[in-house]
Design a protein around this ligand. Structure first.
Ligand code: DGP
Length: 115
């Protein structure tokens, strides 16, 4: 989709800091990171919701999320992490292209995860 910022990142029109990628997913750092290494796992095909993803991609989605999380935890040396999908406006989704947040966490960081 032409106006989608994540499609532009996937297409190379907008730069991002890549963590890793597979045939169907790109993982890059969030520009408004909650902690160093906060990243987004994004399907290369434009879909808005987790519920629109082809079931053949679920395995690859979890594999790339695990690989990226392991790399972030090793490189940035955090204690813990949250994996979050904000799916839909009421859930806080701002960019209408499915993405899973990998958010590093540390005791006392004060970051409040909803709800
Ligand atoms: P959400 O509220 O779940 O839709 O979060 C969207 C996230 O996307 C937000 O944390 C900021 C991030 N983001 C938005 N635009 C860009 C961009 O152009 N580059 C990068 N790296 N991240 C972006």
């Amino acid at each position: 989709m032409e106006s989608c910022i994540f499609c532009k990142i996937i297409g190379g029109e907008v730069s991002s800091e890549k963590i890793t990628e597979t045939d169907n997913f790109l993982v890059f750092r969030d520009m408004n990171e909650k902690a160093p290494g906060h990243s987004l796992v994004v399907p290369k095909t434009h879909i808005k919701s987790f519920l629109e993803m082809d079931r053949e991609l679920y395995g690859e989605f979890m594999e790339v999320t695990k690989a990226a999380t392991e790399k972030i935890m090793k490189d940035y040396k955090h204690e813990s992490f949250n994996l979050i999908i904000n799916d839909g406006e009421a859930a806080g989704q701002v960019v209408s292209h499915l993405h899973l947040h990998i958010i590093p966490r540390n005791v006392g960081d004060g970051y409040k995860i909803c709800p």
